[in-house]
Design a protein around this ligand. Structure first.
Ligand code: NAD
Length: 485
């Protein structure tokens, strides 16, 4: 068994334990005997010190030549790529996703840092037409202290699309990773410091819970909060933050895939299965509902079941594993409870744990890929976010019916359509209530270069993330300057 890791907070320019000495433990979800490490269970006092430290220490970074900020972020990307194999193994051990997915995630993190390194040079102001011998222009400044609160399912790529643009534009950053993935959070900050981010410009606060979260969000020096996580937590942050802080809240999903009569059934099944079972269904963009036209429904269902059957569930460090465990006991309990809800509602389970040829390992949070068939839209499984490898197939008669049912949920993150009919594809982009729309590809997966974010309960819809118009605006304040001679 490997030796336990002792993690620290990074506060006031130093690696320190929690002020009261409290710790929490993280275990490997694929092997519950394996302790990943012990981390500071931070208190509101730690939150206060972290925010005040960054507020005092951020000014040199804000004054740094943008070219220097670019170089630092590029260096962070280089460091990640140099040690990507070790970083990916740690991520798999901590979160459970297969090694290939963990490697891709760290590579995406490096790519994000390069993307925002370039943006450091592009924070532009404008000039405006006015009469006479005068000039009116806008200048952009960092907002000050940016608080990044992130989930465990993408423990480094999501933080990088928040911390990267915040640092590129000269802000100080307080980072609170999920308590489920503290080691990945610490690695991220170690790399940024090694790359040259000044000690005063960044803080790492480990831990979880409403008390710590609220202390961070309400700290007066925090000017902007960028959050990804559940709707419940996003709502609590919205309430706690008050009117004067800038908020970016990206939250849950209940993502549909609609399959039309003209679809290639093999391709449709592939798109549904990939969307539903990739990352053990623990992606905000995972497919959890498939609306399939009656004429091809049975064929698509059979093919989705075959794909579920072919998935090897196991420890993500095993190279044959296609689907790792769920990340936590709470996830394990919730997903199994929702499967029981489906059974209690009398839903037909077309594939699940009882159909496995090899039993699931018992030492981790393993569940089978699960397919429910002929699910009515009123089922709890069709309406609530499950966040696990469970997909509901709905039999529908026409496109309009599919759209109507798909839009009944509270969320609006991602949606996909499988068809060869480009007219329908264009209609779909307008008809479906989602922020990310895919034609002939799975709901999951986001381009490096495109805007990302939901609508409805999936987002507070202030600023998009990732790339494209307005993304960097979240991290800067505009001042309008009037110059007269
Ligand atoms: P979560 O809401 O439980 O936790 C997210 C973060 O918030 C964690 O760091 C947690 O410690 C912190 N937190 C908890 N209570 C808080 C409070 N009162 N104030 C401030 N911070 C608090 O979510 P999770 O379980 O880590 O992640 C799963 C959820 O995230 C799912 O709903 C999923 O759909 C969503 N998600 C959304 C996106 C997206 O981009 N829309 C991406 C990934 C995950």
């Amino acid at each position: 068994m490997s030796q336990d890791f002792i993690g620290k907070n990074f506060i006031g320019g130093a690696w320190v334990p929690a002020s009261n000495g409290g710790t929490f433990e993280r275990r490997n979800p694929a092997d519950n005997e394996d302790v990943v490490g012990h981390f500071p269970a931070s208190t509101p006092e730690d939150a206060k010190r972290a925010v005040e430290g960054v507020d005092q220490g951020r000014h040199d970074w804000a004054a740094t030549d943008p070219e220097k900020r670019m170089t630092v972020l590029e260096k962070a990307a280089d460091l990640i790529l140099e040690r990507v194999d070790d970083l990916a193994r740690e991520l798999t051990r901590e979160e459970g996703k297969p090694l290939g997915s963990a490697t891709m995630e760290w590579k995406r993190t490096a790519a994000n840092f390069r993307l925002y390194a370039g943006e450091a040079l592009r924070s532009l102001g404008e000039t405006f037409p006015v009469a006479g011998n005068s000039l009116v222009c806008s200048i952009r400044e960092p907002v000050g202290v940016v608080l990044a609160i992130t989930p465990w399912n993408f423990p480094v790529s999501i933080p990088s699309r928040k911390i990267g643009p915040a640092l590129a534009t000269g802000n100080g950053v307080v980072f609170k990773p999920s308590e489920v993935t503290p080691l990945s959070g610490q690695r991220m900050v170690e790399i940024l410091l090694e790359a040259g981010v000044p000690e005063g410009a960044i803080a790492l606060v480990q831990g979880g819970g409403a008390e710590l979260g609220t202390a961070l969000v309400t700290a007066p020096a925090v000017k902007a909060v960028t959050f990804t996580g559940s709707f419940a937590t996003g709502s609590a942050i919205h309430q706690a933050a008050g009117p004067s802080k800038r908020l970016q809240l990206e939250m849950g999903g209940k993502n549909p895939c609609i399959v039309l009569e003209d679809a290639d059934t093999e391709r449709a099944a592939q798109i549904i299965a990939q969307g539903a079972f990739n990352l053990t269904g623990q992606a905000c963009t995972a497919t959890s509902r498939a609306f399939v036209m009656d004429s091809i429904y049975d064929e698509v269902l059979e093919k989705v079941v075959n794909k579920a059957r072919a998935i090897k569930v196991g420890n993500g460090l095993d190279k044959n594993t296609k689907m790792g465990p769920l990340a936590t006991q709470a996830q394990f309990d919730k997903v199994r409870e929702m499967i029981e809800v489906g059974k209690a509602e009398g839903l037909r389970m077309a594939y699940g744990a009882d159909d496995l040829e090899t039993p699931l390992p018992q030492n981790g949070f393993y569940v089978a890929p699960t397919v429910f068939a002929d699910v009515p839209n009123s089922s709890r499984l069709a309406q609530e976010e499950i966040f696990g490898p469970v997909v509901c197939l709905h039999r529908v008669n026409n496109y309009e019916d599919a759209i109507r049912q798909a839009n009944t949920v509270e969320y609006g993150l991602a949606a996909s359509l499988v068809t060869r009919d480009m007219g329908r594809a264009l209609s779909f982009a307008h008809d479906i209530e989602a922020g990310v729309i895919k034609i002939n590809s799975a709901t999951g997966g986001v381009a490096l270069t495109a805007p990302f974010g939901g609508i409805k309960h999936s987002s507070n819809q202030t600023y998009k993330e990732q790339a494209g118009h307005g993304v960097m605006d979240f991290y800067t304040t505009t001042k309008t300057v009037y110059l007269a001679n």
